[in-house]
Design a protein around this ligand. Structure first.
Ligand SMILES: Cc1cc2nc3c(=O)[nH]c(=O)nc-3n(C[C@H](O)[C@H](O)[C@H](O)COP(=O)(O)OP(=O)(O)OC[C@H]3O[C@@H](n4cnc5c(N)ncnc54)[C@H](O)[C@@H]3O)c2cc1C
Ligand code: FES
Length: 290
């Protein structure tokens, strides 16, 4: 399925997800495991959930916060969110208690899954997953899905961070049968420089002419650089965008960015939450938003 074939989820009714665990994996980094059968069953890589980060009485903060689905366990009806604490909503999440001594689990009001998913690569394609910071979350779910294919592609995962201390979540990738590479801006771990430069170096070392498909998700600068590189080198590439969001399901137009419908059309305001968040890089505007 290509990204343009993907339809946003039709389900926009909030439901209660039970907190199973809320594990700190590094300074300010957490993995929240929630139980909600229908979200666990319907989530696909790239999709996100909108979490109401309040007790439901105060509605403060009012707007839900979007988070990519990190992985699912369909058998147990759970799904995970990898998140970093940056403000009120995520600090509220970090304080969610894990169930203890047989007490009933905390419940969180969650809407989703929302948005579209990534395409499936061809059997002969080599896949590069290029992630920056917490943008690695949807790429982990994608790696798991690709590895579950009858003929999994060769996968290189490249993660970039400011310093080695920000390479959180990397251990989960290292446990997978994929090639894992890291880049840090200060050279404290792995390749010294941007993750997109690391990607280009790996791709060139591999002969540059192999059939390649790139999937990316990261901060705006990384996404923009990946967009430019993929277009300059004619590489198939999809990028999962982030943006500030209001509703998360296409109503408020709070998340729009100039994105083309196809390569022959003009840039128009399209909703990252509804037509995305995954877009083919050739449809994105130079100076990409998100
Ligand atoms: C589709 C999508 C998927 C996302 N997936 C993840 C994920 O898997 N894990 C994760 O940790 N975060 C993810 N985010 C970002 C996450 O939604 C924000 O970090 C969160 O909303 C911040 O809420 P807050 O109340 O803690 O911070 P706020 O108090 O709202 O903001 C704190 C600071 O973060 C900035 N900020 C808030 N939201 C965003 C945003 N969307 N993009 C850039 N800067 C922002 C604000 O400008 C402010 O400077 C995702 C965002 C989108 C749109
Ligand atoms: S967040 Fe409301 S339309 Fe996208």
């Amino acid at each position: 399925m290509s990204t343009s074939d993907c339809q946003p989820s039709d389900y926009i009714v909030p439901s209660e997800s039970e907190v199973v665990s809320n594990r700190q994996i590094g300074p300010g980094w957490y993995v929240l495991r929630l139980r909600e059968e229908s979200i666990a069953q319907r989530s696909e890589p790239g999709m996100f959930v909108q979490v109401l980060c309040s007790d439901g009485e105060s509605f403060d903060p009012l707007l839900r916060r979007p988070f990519s689905v990190y992985c699912t366990d369909k058998e147990n009806g759970t799904y995970d969110i990898l998140y970093t604490t940056v403000g009120r909503g995520t600090r509220w999440m970090a304080a969610l208690p894990e169930p203890e001594n047989g007490e009933p689990p905390e419940k969180v009001d969650v809407l989703g899954p929302l948005g579209n998913t990534f395409s499936t690569p061809g059997a002969d394609e080599t896949v590069y997953l290029v992630g920056g910071g917490v943008g690695v979350a949807p790429l982990y779910f994608l790696a798991l899905r690709l590895l579950a294919l009858p003929s999994p592609p060769k996968i290189h995962f490249c993660m970039g961070a400011r310093t080695g201390a920000f390479l959180q979540g990397i251990e989960d990738f290292r446990k997978l049968p994929i090639d894992t590479h890291v880049a840090t801006n200060d050279g404290s771990e792995g390749f010294h420089g941007f993750v997109t430069d690391l990607f280009v170096e790996l791709w060139k070392d591999a002969g540059s002419n192999e059939s390649t498909r790139v999937y990316g998700c990261g901060p705006q600068g990384m996404n923009e650089s990946l967009r430019n590189l993929s277009i300059e080198n004619g590489l198939a590439c999809e990028i999962c965008l982030e943006s500030m969001m209001g509703c998360g399901f296409g109503i408020c137009f709070g998340c729009v960015a100039p994105i083309r419908k196809d390569t022959d059309s003009d840039f128009i305001n399209r909703r990252i939450c509804w037509e995305g968040p995954v877009f083919d890089s050739t449809l994105l505007c130079p100076g990409i938003e998100g």
